[in-house]
Design a binder for this molecule. Sequence first.
Ligand SMILES: Cc1cc2nc3c(=O)[nH]c(=O)nc-3n(C[C@H](O)[C@H](O)[C@H](O)COP(=O)(O)OP(=O)(O)OC[C@H]3O[C@@H](n4cnc5c(N)ncnc54)[C@H](O)[C@@H]3O)c2cc1C
Length: 266
Amino acid sequence: MSGFSESGMLPRTARIRELINESPRVKTFVLDARIIAKPGQYAMVWIPGVDEKPMSISRADPLTFTVANRGPFTERLFGFKIGDNLYFRGPFGNGFVIRAVKNVLLVGGGYGVAPLRFLAETALQKRMVPTVVIGARTASDVVLEEAFKELKVKTFVATDDGTAGIKGSCVDVACSLMDKEKFNAVYSCGPEKMMVALAAECGKRGVKCQLSLERFIKCGIGVCGQCACGGLRVCHDGPVFDSRVLKGVDDFGKRTRDASGVAHDL
Ligand SMILES: Cc1cc2nc3c(=O)[nH]c(=O)nc-3n(C[C@H](O)[C@H](O)[C@H](O)COP(=O)(O)OP(=O)(O)OC[C@H]3O[C@@H](n4cnc5c(N)ncnc54)[C@H](O)[C@@H]3O)c2cc1C
């Protein structure tokens, strides 16, 4: 097993030791490596000659990524087999702020649950009590449910069509949990419109909320400006932000930028 590169800026190589098909579109890559990182941080995964892309750290030891097949880079990644080498740099970004409060609610939509798994593991080590809500469109899109259950974390599933768990959005489920039980903090990662709704519901209930944003990341160190969301550099100042910070940010929930920097509505 390879160790931690002190700089984090140089690519390291690691062998894929396990592949798990989470859903038809999502695969987990377990590497023969570990990384010193905080939940919510990401690594830049590099396929030489193809591209380098940000992926949330889903576990630090062994280093694990949970990846949705969305386009050219992830399609190539899906062709990798056990024993193949992957390159990565990192960790990058700030990560979630974890105060050792008791009850925390983790709300993930789609592959957004990936960083929440690392967060749940860390919260358990700190003797916190995490509860997770996994949101997906349909039963076959639910990812990492077993991983959370293995951790013995109280896990709720919400699907838009009701084919698994509770019919509705993960925000609906999070609201009903918050109305029954006191949570000291909420952490979320997933589609931005979902997180806008969740932040509003947390605000109404006076619960602190941290959200992990996704923007097009190129440099990872805050110099190129590609990932700007209002005045925030998601790659370096984030990807995790307190919902109170995002409240004053025009682009939050509204606009993102593509690879060439052109702004688009979300
Ligand atoms: C902090 C962060 C953490 C992420 N964690 C995960 C993860 O754990 N699992 C996962 O499956 N995906 C994750 N992503 C998204 C992942 O980087 C993109 O899905 C991937 O880059 C798509 O590349 P592609 O060539 O396959 O698809 P493309 O067809 O090129 O793009 C598909 C979508 O991915 C977005 N995307 C493409 N390149 C980037 C980039 N350099 N940075 C950000 N978004 C991009 C595009 O805007 C588009 O919406 C994360 C993104 C960020 C910013």
